[in-house]
Design a protein. Structure first.
Length: 103
């Protein structure tokens, strides 16, 4: 897992042809605004969260975010434990995101 600054995270994502954008907030939070093209898997679903992660391609690079960076950091750790090699946590989360947003 790597904790990346907003700028570094955005630059890596923009230049990565093997990327998946993952929002681990609740469905309600996701509906209030998100980064375009993000996949939403709620970390608070517990074991169901793990089951949904198991369906993902481990060869992809995952750019993970939540509201402030805490839950996404936990998600990255879980993903690393499951064999995902590249999970990047957005420090500061969506609340500090200055890039494109959709509502």
């Amino acid at each position: 897992m790597a904790d990346l600054t907003q700028e570094l995270w955005a630059n890596k994502l923009k230049n990565d042809d093997n990327s998946v954008l993952l929002d681990v907030r609740t469905e309600e939070e996701f509906g209030e605004g998100n980064i375009p093209n993000a996949l939403n898997i709620n970390i608070f679903k517990g074991q169901a969260f793990v089951y949904e992660l198991e369906e993902l391609d481990k060869s992809k690079n995952y750019y993970v975010y939540c509201r402030s960076g805490g839950r996404s950091g936990q998600a990255c750790e879980i993903m690393n434990d499951m064999g995902f090699e590249n999970a990047y946590n957005l420090m500061g989360g969506f609340s500090e995101w200055t890039g494109d947003k959709q509502f």
